[in-house]
Design a protein around this ligand. Sequence first.
Ligand code: SF4
Length: 267
Amino acid sequence: MNDMKKRIFLGLLLGSLVVIFTITIVLGLVAKYNDNFFNQLVIFFGMLAIAFLILIGFGLLCLIIAIWRAKVNSSLLNLILSAVNILFPISLSLGKILHVKQESIKKSFIAVNNELVKNQNLNFSADDLLILAPHCLQWSKCPYKITLDVNNCHRCGKCSVDFLHEIRDKYGVKFIVVSGGTLARKFVKELRPKGIVAIACEQDLTSGIQETSPLPVLGILNLRPNGPCYNTDLDRNLLEKAVVNFLYGKAEVENYVEKGQGLVQKS
Ligand code: SF4
């Protein structure tokens, strides 16, 4: 299922590259058979575009290899991220034409991004890691304002904010709750984390991951049993695994969470 999720986005990225490449070649051929100055310019820029597309294509190939081998070559990371960021809006449009749900494409993008981050085998100190949670995670009737200071939470256990405090206390990471993108950007700028575990919906995670690139972000989709933006929840197991992944590397995830060293026990 998870592999299927990634394939949607990777397939659309490849499709987008093929579409742009074909358009460039067709324009070049049309220009070639109409001999005037303007067309010479089109051919010149077409050649540049093809060189650029070959580079993007190489970035895409590196992405596929990185996911397949579960290992990222750090010197190619910027090229991979550029390829993804350039082709992502085109793949959304292509998905629309092919009637692929935008939500599925974004979910797939988040899955690919997470795999890429995990495969970098990062090892941050707790102080450099930030958990960024949305305000809708807070119980709607809670009287305490936690967006300015999460410590205002009274830890009553009625919502997952309490669990996130437990995670913060156990691992020593930073934790904030934000009411929107502007506040999230402000905190990221101020706290300067080296990695982020972000909880949000498809839309917010997708834009957040792209805006903060190349900062590594592990995205956790929120659960919405009561509809969007209202008393949302999260998969605690996934959240803790993401934190452990950033702090101790991919190999330690099994030990910490699945073998009972984490707060969440394997069910
Ligand atoms: S856990 Fe904290 S934020 Fe959630 S309802 Fe209780 S006091 Fe409010």
